[in-house]
Design a protein around this ligand. Structure first.
Ligand code: FES
Length: 164
C-alpha cells in the first residue's frame, strides 16, 4: 500500500513509474485474476494504459498482448489516452436526466471545449457521463474526482470549475 501512495506523486519520472509497475507485475505474476489487478495498479501509477504499458504487462504476466488489449478496451474504467487531473462525471441517471443533467453536460462541453470522453488540452479536466451516483433526491448531480455536487445549476458551473 505504501508503494501505491508513493505512486500518486505527480513528480515521479517515467522510469520510476515503470519500475514500480514492474515490481507489481512480479508480485502478482502467479496470482489468480492478476491481469485486472495489475492493469488497475498500472493505471493508478501511470495515469492511463498506453500500448507500451500494455506490452510490458503482457510480457510480464506471460499473456498475449491481444488479451491485455481486449481487457483494456472492454472495461470503460481503463483508458488508453492520458486523463485529466480532474475527472468530471455528469450523472445521466433517470432523476438527473429529468432534472436537467443533459443541460449540465451541454454547458460543460461548451465551457471546456471538449466532448464526452475527452480531456482538455492542458490535461486538467476529463469529461465523462455516468449513471446514478446516489444523489437522486438532490438531482441533478455531478462529481469531480471524489467530490459530489448536488442540485447543480448550469449557470454555476464556471464557479465550481474555478475551484480547480
Ligand atoms: S440519477 Fe443522478 S444521482 Fe441518481
Amino acid at each position: 500500500m505504501d508503494k501505491l501512495k508513493k505512486c500518486q506523486c505527480e513528480d515521479m519520472s517515467e522510469e520510476e513509474k515503470i519500475a514500480i509497475i514492474e515490481e507489481f507485475i512480479d508480485e502478482y505474476k502467479n496470482k489468480e485474476g492478476s491481469l485486472i489487478q495489475v492493469l488497475h495498479i498500472a493505471q493508478t501509477i501511470y495515469g492511463y494504459l498506453p500500448i507500451n504499458i500494455q506490452k510490458l504487462i503482457a510480457d510480464g504476466l506471460d499473456k498475449p498482448l491481444s488479451e491485455v488489449s481486449g481487457v483494456v478496451s472492454f472495461y470503460s474504467f481503463f483508458s488508453t489516452t492520458p486523463r485529466g487531473k480532474y475527472t468530471i462525471r455528469v450523472c445521466l441517471g433517470t432523476a438527473c436526466y429529468v432534472r436537467g443533467g443533459k443541460k449540465i453536460l451541454d454547458k460543460l462541453q461548451e465551457i471546456l471545449g471538449i466532448g464526452v470522453g475527452e480531456t482538455t488540452e492542458d490535461q486538467k479536466f476529463t469529461l465523462e457521463v455516468m449513471r446514478c451516483i446516489g444523489a437522486c433526491g438532490l438531482a441533478p448531480a455531478i462529481s469531480i474526482n471524489d467530490t459530489v455536487y448536488k442540485q447543480v445549476n448550469p449557470d454555476k458551473l464556471s464557479e465550481i470549475l474555478e475551484k480547480y
